[in-house]
Design a protein around this ligand. Structure first.
Ligand code: CA
Length: 220
């Protein structure tokens, strides 16, 4: 969905980008490469990447999860923000598209920080739980198939430590969630998911209307 912040008219959005976005050259190149792909809109907006990098630095995060890799922008922006011994476990099913990701991680000199697991993300998350890695992750970013959002969230909630953060992308879903006439399956899933998180006593919550809507859930 939207790869720029929703609801800002274009002059203001341009200004916002001009005085805020400091996209590294390698990220800019990856954006250019991704634009050739028919699903390019799946990439996160640069202002969102920068925001996530800042969060990760603010937290002093070391161990992170990237659920839904695509061409690897979010994993790259996080890996660049992590310390030298930081780690991203990156989950995706698509061996082809993640080749682009790997090429750019290599070029950026952070491939040693990123552990790509080609498998259904739920399997990878279950495996991490089975290995006893509960309560060990600082940060998780969920941006994969929307029908599984709740499942990813539940697994991520096991894996992050208390005080750890789960960031969930596309929760405003291009504005469709606010239109009661739109009842397709994915929109309904995101609506239900948002409603659930609003009531969830296990987290502190903030839905940030950056990009296509980014929910921040801090595990208590
Ligand atoms: Ca997304």
């Amino acid at each position: 969905m939207a790869n720029q912040t929703l609801g800002l008219e274009s002059n203001l959005y341009q200004y916002f980008q001009q005085v805020s976005v400091r996209e590294a050259e390698i990220l800019r190149q990856l954006r250019k490469e991704t634009a050739k792909h028919p699903m390019a809109r799946m990439q996160i907006a640069p202002e969102q990447g920068q925001f996530m990098a800042l969060l990760v630095q603010l937290m002093g995060a070391k161990k992170t999860l990237d659920i839904g890799v695509f061409t690897g922008y979010s994993a790259l922006v996080v890996a660049l923000a992590l310390p030298a011994d930081g780690q991203v476990i990156a989950c995706d099913v698509d061996e082809e598209i993640t080749k682009v990701a790997q090429e750019f991680w290599e070029k950026a000199g952070v491939s040693h920080k990123i552990d790509l697991r080609i498998a259904p993300a739920l399997d990878t998350l279950e495996q991490l739980i089975a290995e006893g890695q509960n309560n060990t992750f600082d940060f998780a970013f969920i941006d994969a198939d929307k029908s599984n959002y709740d499942n990813y969230y539940e697994k991520a909630l096991w894996l992050v430590k208390p005080g750890g953060l789960i960031a969930i992308d596309n929760v405003l879903w291009g504005g469709k969630v606010a239109d009661p006439d739109i009842k397709d399956n994915r929109t309904q899933k995101i609506r239900n998911f948002n409603k659930k998180l609003h009531q969830d006593p296990r987290i502190n919550l903030s839905l940030v209307p950056i990009s296509d809507g980014l929910t921040l859930a801090l595990k208590k």
